[in-house]
Ligand binder design. Sequence first.
Ligand code: SF4
Length: 114
Amino acid sequence: MRLTTLLDTMDHSGSGPWPTDSTATTDDRQQFDRMVADLIPCRSNDPELWFAERQADVERAKALCQTCPLIEGCLAGAVERAEPWGVWGGQVFVGGVVVPTKRGRGRPRKVAAA
Ligand code: SF4
């Protein structure tokens, strides 16, 4: 489900639709920001997971991304920006490209460098 669709279906504390920008108070905006943050795993969990070295942490970040309503746009943006590293849109980026898994630090190359 797209985030905008999801947000459109939510009521503002059960008392009607979200106020428009002109009528929204600071509390409304803060509540809205908190609600959005709760829906986005990399905002509601330790963000270091998305840049972790341990494979288990990387896999956890990838799994959490699968529940994110922004996954498609996040991945497209990361590809477009050629993110240098981290987990974006449920994929691992290294050197600006998607790789199947992140290699552990200090692990020797399978093929000797020329
Ligand atoms: S898909 Fe993107 S925005 Fe969503 S949790 Fe993963 S990294 Fe964060």
